[in-house]
Design a protein around this ligand. Structure first.
Ligand SMILES: NC(=O)c1ccc[n+]([C@@H]2O[C@H](COP(=O)([O-])OP(=O)(O)OC[C@H]3O[C@@H](n4cnc5c(N)ncnc54)[C@H](OP(=O)(O)O)[C@@H]3O)[C@@H](O)[C@H]2O)c1
Length: 322
C-alpha cells in the first residue's frame, strides 16, 4: 500500500488519541500534533504498542501560537513528502469569565479553535495537493445549536482584546462562537479548495467521554457535570471511527463542504425563520439540521478576511496562496 500520512492535532487525549490509535491500527503514518510533549510521548508509546505500528510520530505544536504552527509546518514539510489527511481536532474549551490572549494577542479560544487551524491548513495546502485524495476534517460541536436563536451572532469586534476590560466575557460563549466560525471556514475552504481536489468537511460532535485529565482542566464546579455526562455519552472510539470513515471511506471521497452528524448523515441548513415551539425543540434535540447563521455570507466574508489578515505575516511562508 502507498504510504498515507495523517496529521491529528490534539492527539494525546480524548477523541484525538482514539483517532490516532484507529488510523495507526489501520496502517497509516500518523503525526500526532501535540502541545505537551512530555505527556504526549507516553501516549505515543501506548499507541505504537497497541497498534503495532511504528510509524506514529509526535511533533510539537501549540495551536494558539502562529509561530509554533509555522515551525510545525516547516518541520513537517522537511520530514514528509505530503499530507493525505489533516484532522483539526484540538480545541480550547472551558468556563469562566477571564479574557485570555494568545501569544499573537488574539482571544485564546478563537486563536486555538479558528485562526490556528486556518493558518495550519494554509501552510500545508501545497503538501495536501500532493496527495491523490486529500481530506481535511474539522471537529465541530453541537454547541452551535445556540445559533438557532436568530439573535446569536459571532461578535467580531472583541477578538483582539479591544474590550477585554470593559465588556463581560464568557469563555463558554467564545467556544460556541468559535465552533460556528470553524464550520464557516469549512464551507468557505471547501469552495475555494474544490479545484485542487482538497475536500473539507466538519463533524458535529454531540459528546464523547472525557478523560480524567481533560475534566481536571475545566473549572471545578463544572467537573461533576462532566462526570455525569460521561455516564451517558459514547466512548471516544465511537467518534474516532467517524473521523476515520469520513477521511478514508470511498463513500465520502468526493464529498466536500458538508457537516456530518454522529450517524454520518449530511446535515442540512434550517429555513431562515423562527419555527413554532415544537419545531424549535425538534431542531435543538435532533441532529439533522444546523442553524442558518452558518451560511451567513457577510459573517463568512468577515471571518475569512480576518483570518487572512491576522495570519498574513505567517502565511507568506506558504508556497500556495489561498
Ligand atoms: N468530548 C466531547 O464531549 C465533545 C463535544 C463536542 C465537541 N468536541 C470537540 O471534539 C474535539 C476533541 O475533544 P475531546 O473531548 O477529545 O478533547 P480533549 O480530550 O480535551 O482533548 C483536547 C486536545 O486538544 C489539545 N489542545 C488544546 N489546546 C491546544 C493547543 N493550544 N495546542 C495544541 N493542542 C491543544 C489538548 O492538548 P493538551 O493536552 O496540551 O491540553 C488535547 O490534546 C474538540 O475539538 C472538541 O471541541 C468534544
Amino acid at each position: 500500500m502507498q504510504k498515507r500520512y495523517v496529521i491529528i492535532t490534539g492527539a494525546n487525549s480524548g477523541i484525538g488519541r482514539a483517532a490516532a490509535l484507529k488510523f495507526a491500527t489501520k496502517g497509516y503514518n500518523i503525526v500526532m500534533a501535540c502541545r505537551d510533549m512530555e505527556f504526549s510521548k507516553t501516549v505515543q508509546k501506548e499507541i505504537v504498542e497497541l497498534s503495532k505500528n511504528k510509524n506514529v510520530d509526535l511533533m510539537q505544536v501549540d495551536m494558539s501560537s502562529f509561530n509554533s504552527i509555522l515551525t510545525f509546518c516547516s518541520e513537517y514539510k522537511i520530514k514528509y513528502e505530503k499530507v493525505d489527511i489533516l484532522i483539526h481536532n484540538a480545541a480550547y474549551f472551558n468556563h469562566g469569565e477571564k479574557y485570555q490572549l494568545s501569544p499573537d494577542l488574539i482571544e485564546l479560544t478563537f486563536a486555538t479553535n479558528v485562526f490556528g487551524p486556518y493558518l495550519m491548513t494554509t501552510l500545508l495546502k501545497d503538501h495536501l495537493k500532493k496527495s491523490d485524495d486529500p481530506r481535511i476534517l474539522h471537529a465541530g460541536s453541537n454547541i452551535i445549536k445556540h445559533f438557532f436563536d436568530l439573535k446569536t451572532k459571532i461578535i467580531f469586534d472583541n477578538l483582539q482584546g479591544e474590550f477585554k476590560d470593559s465588556r463581560p466575557h464568557r469563555v463558554y460563549k467564545m467556544y460556541c462562537q468559535s465552533k460556528m466560525a470553524l464550520l464557516m471556514l469549512t464551507f468557505r475552504m471547501a469552495e475555494i479548495f474544490k479545484d485542487d481536489g482538497i475536500k473539507v468537511n466538519a463533524i458535529q460532535i454531540n459528546g464523547a467521554k472525557m478523560s480524567k485529565r481533560t475534566i481536571k482542566k475545566v473549572k471545578p464546579w463544572w467537573r461533576p457535570i462532566a462526570w455525569m455526562q460521561n455516564l451517558f455519552i459514547p466512548p471516544t472510539s465511537y467518534m474516532a471511527n467517524n473521523y476515520y470513515d469520513i477521511c478514508t471511506s470511498d463513500t465520502f471521497q468526493h464529498v466536500t463542504g458538508k457537516l456530518f452528524n454522529d450517524k454520518l448523515e449530511v446535515m442540512q441548513v434550517t429555513p431562515n425563520e423562527y419555527p413554532g415551539f415544537f419545531k424549535q425543540v425538534k431542531r435543538v434535540l435532533g441532529s439533522s439540521v444546523y442553524p442558518t447563521y452558518a451560511n451567513n455570507k457577510d459573517a463568512m466574508d468577515q471571518l475569512w478576511e480576518l483570518s487572512a489578515e491576522l495570519t498574513k505575516h505567517y502565511s507568506v511562508h506558504s508556497t500556495y496562496n489561498i
